[in-house]
Design a protein around this ligand. Sequence first.
Ligand code: GUN
Ligand code: FE
Length: 467
Amino acid sequence: MARLPHIALAVEGPAFTTVTGRTVEAVPDRLYLVDSTGVIARVLDPAGDDAAKARHAAEIAGWYTKLEPGQYLLPGLVDTHIHAPQWAQTGTGLDEPLEVWLDKYTFPLEARFSDPVWAEAVYSDLVATLLRLGTTTAVYYGTVDTEATLTLAALAAKAGQRAFVGKVVADDPGANPRWYRDSSTRAALAETERFLGGIGQLAAKAPQGLYGVVTPRFIPSCTLEGLKGLGQIAQQTGAFVQTHVSEGDWEHHFSLERYGVSGTVVLEQAGLLGERTILGHVVHASDDDLRRLYAHDAVISHCPHSNAYFASAVAPVRRMLDEFKLRVGLGSDISGGFSPSLWQTIRQAVISSRMLQAGVDAARAPARRGRPGSALTVDEAFYLATAGGAEALGLKAGRLLEGYLFDAQVIDTTSATGNRLPLFDEAADAGSHGVFEKIAYLTTAANVRQVWVHGAQAVPPPGGANH
Ligand code: GUN
Ligand code: FE
């Protein structure tokens, strides 16, 4: 009998996961053995001798979880773009274009996060909400305020969520209100360095992973000197970078008019593109831009909800994946997107891609209405929300396979949750792809019964919103 590794957790049940590509496989009952470093060490046939021995040992140690009938194990979700402070205005104010929305609602809201009591109240509620929805990793924008953004990082770390967190830089006095900006370019760079140092200290106590992110808000908020300074910091520290680029027509043309080149080229010239750069949106980018992103191995966060409000177009995700071989994850983009649920974002990614494929103007002939070959399947959207997002962040996670981090959630399809899924024909084949599809389309927080990040249970307090 093969020697078993030191096991810290054993979970038994049926699962849905991608295996190599973007197709979701139904995996029959298996015993998942997770080692003390949070990695799936073995996936065993539950009927075998190894499984019996491991199950017995785990039961005695109190580390054994067996899924109930109607429950399934799925990988945790990765939100690659979310503005934590905007949780307080989620679902409101989306009647304005981006450039108005920022000035009218978002900057005044974000400025309030210099109040630590307010920051803690909003941030702790958001982190708990995301975990209840199965989001095991999140890539957060904080605010310009360093301390409040460190508070966000500390709260995510304490809750057991894997987090990438950035202090927002907005250093152009001509573009940002006096009451919500970095006091100078020098101060913006110094505060970014201080922030990364603070994250380093917090990360020592976050085995699930906590990463500082260099975060120029977007090109219109920053001076060129600020962008270049941040590029240098990213290169010197190896930190991740996040920003928005080519989100909508206004912002896309802003770069062309101010700098004579696209936003992607501005970021490239500032030294901000690399394999650890996460770019929100990239809706209006040219083929040349996409080729440059590939050359730098930069990654894209596709945010279909907010794109429906602010982008005036649908990002060509299939082209990004298949033609340009880019790494792509999904982002809720709270609160340009209205839903904290990456399950909802999966659905919108499918819907938006289908509208891009078919077109939307019935007055045009069908053949001239859309962009053929654009539709994403629900499997592909789920891949983007799991393994795709993890690959974008350089994490071996997002699949329930040996050697992968155990970031997982139990989805309960039964009436016990208050959101019984309509499973009828599936009684004869509980492991059918149809069950996965119903989970993907109908899951709410009520169905998420257990969440593990890096092999550790991350249990948010019960109750709260049920998105
Ligand atoms: N561009 C600059 N800031 C923002 C933001 O907060 N949300 C979105 N969607 N786009 C932005
Ligand atoms: Fe955003």
